[in-house]
Ligand binder design. Structure first.
Ligand code: TYM
Length: 362
């Protein structure tokens, strides 16, 4: 809130005049480094899907790209209108990002609601968004099924706000998991409509994963993907303690093993191998691949090994998260600094947008 009070211009002639004067200064977006943007909703504890679909890429990209990463608190309101735990959840997502290796000095790490310019761009993009198209978005249909009593306009225009988040920074790369691919396609539609109707302002943004296909981390029961809000026993959270990790992995679905050499793996077995590939050593994976291929695999042994490797992977992140959460002053500083960087960058884009739309009457 402090940021809104300090930075949001009051809607009077003087402040509009001052803003226009600022816009006349020849500020441009920094040339050179490509812009990257992404976000995570604070709707629960982060899990391995969020880590391998998004955060792992953030951490790699921070070295070479101009990065804007945020906690999507406004998006969370579309499905979680009760804000009692919002602050705690925002802090947790920030802490989980930092504990996973994101450096707030290298990137802009901010909270979506602090970048108030996004609301302005969202409004303009809404004029380019058609109701029929939004109603067909698979994520909208899913959410209607899950929350039939709260089908609000924010839910319908969720992809418009997401496009505004990305375009406000003129981002080209958006590190996300496979489930967000459709939202990126929608954002590209708005880019093309805007550029065509007004003038060339935005680049087309693309979903990104380092050197490979977008990731979908499956749930441990083989029935879908890991998720913040569904089926907690089949999702591995970065906050899970060692015993919870062991228990969840040992309960993962398996069978009696293959009866023919070099058989195809059923989905739920493929999932265990995928997790092993992500957190275990290459020779461990190879050992179990060989055992699978010559039909001597014992899934109990494989799960025990995977559980220990997973504990080794998650425990240090969990411990760092706890330390960071204990330092609220530090988190406040991170948010303030991130918002300042994001606001300065967004203002440059918004100047281009207002000019392109001829909303520059002074
Ligand atoms: P959210 O909060 O649902 O998820 C955050 C990120 O984690 C990825 N993810 C997964 N990746 C692989 N396997 C899984 N099981 C899995 N579950 C989640 C998501 O793909 C995402 O990258 N709409 C976004 C938040 C958002 C955003 C943005 C993202 C708002 N504005 C602008 C990018 C750019 C969302 O709901 O993420």
């Amino acid at each position: 809130m402090w940021l809104h009070r300090e930075s949001a211009p009051a809607l009077n002639a003087k402040s509009i005049y001052l803003r226009r004067l600022m816009e006349k200064k020849k500020e441009t977006l920094p040339a050179g480094r490509q812009v990257v943007m992404s976000g995570i909703r604070p709707t629960g504890f982060l899990h391995l899907g969020n880590y391998f679909g998004a955060i792992r890429n953030y951490v790699k990209m921070q070295e070479e790209y101009d990065c804007y990463f945020m906690v999507a608190d406004l998006h969370s309101l579309t499905t979680h209108p009760d804000t009692k735990d919002l602050k705690t959840n925002v802090h947790r997502v920030l802490a989980e990002n930092i504990a996973s290796g994101l450096d707030p000095e290298k990137v802009a790490l901010y909270c979506q609601s602090h970048l108030y310019q996004t609301g302005e761009l969202y409004l303009y993009l809404n004029m380019l968004a058609y109701k029929g198209e939004l109603e067909k978005t698979p994520t909208f249909k899913d959410k209607v099924r899950q929350h039939p009593d709260n089908v609000n306009a924010g839910l319908l225009t969720y992809p418009v706000l997401m496009a505004a988040d990305i375009l406000i920074h003129k981002a080209k790369y958006v590190p996300v998991g496979k489930d967000q691919e459709q939202h990126l396609e929608i954002a590209r539609n708005y880019v093309n409509r805007f550029n065509h109707r007004y003038s060339e302002v935005f680049p087309e943004p693309y979903a990104f994963n380092f050197n490979s296909e977008l990731v979908k981390i499956p749930s441990l029961d083989g029935t879908g993907k890991m998720s913040k809000s569904e089926n907690h026993m089949a999702t591995l959270f970065l906050a899970d303690d060692d015993n919870a990790i062991r228990k969840k992995i040992m309960k993962a679905k398996t069978d009696n093993g293959p009866s023919e050499n070099n058989s195809a793996k059923p989905d739920y077995i493929e999932n265990l191998f995928l997790l092993m590939k992500l957190v275990s050593k290459a020779n461990t994976l190879q050992h179990f691949e060989e055992k699978f291929n010559n039909c001597s695999i014992r899934y109990g042994d494989m799960k025990k090994q995977l559980a220990e490797d997973m504990v080794e992977f998650i425990a240090p992140i969990r411990q760092k998260v706890d330390d960071i959460l204990n330092d609220e002053k530090y988190l406040q500083k991170v948010m303030k600094q991130g918002a300042e960087k994001a606001i300065a960058h967004a203002e440059i884009t918004m100047r281009d947008v207002r000019n392109a739309m001829r909303l520059n009457y002074f």
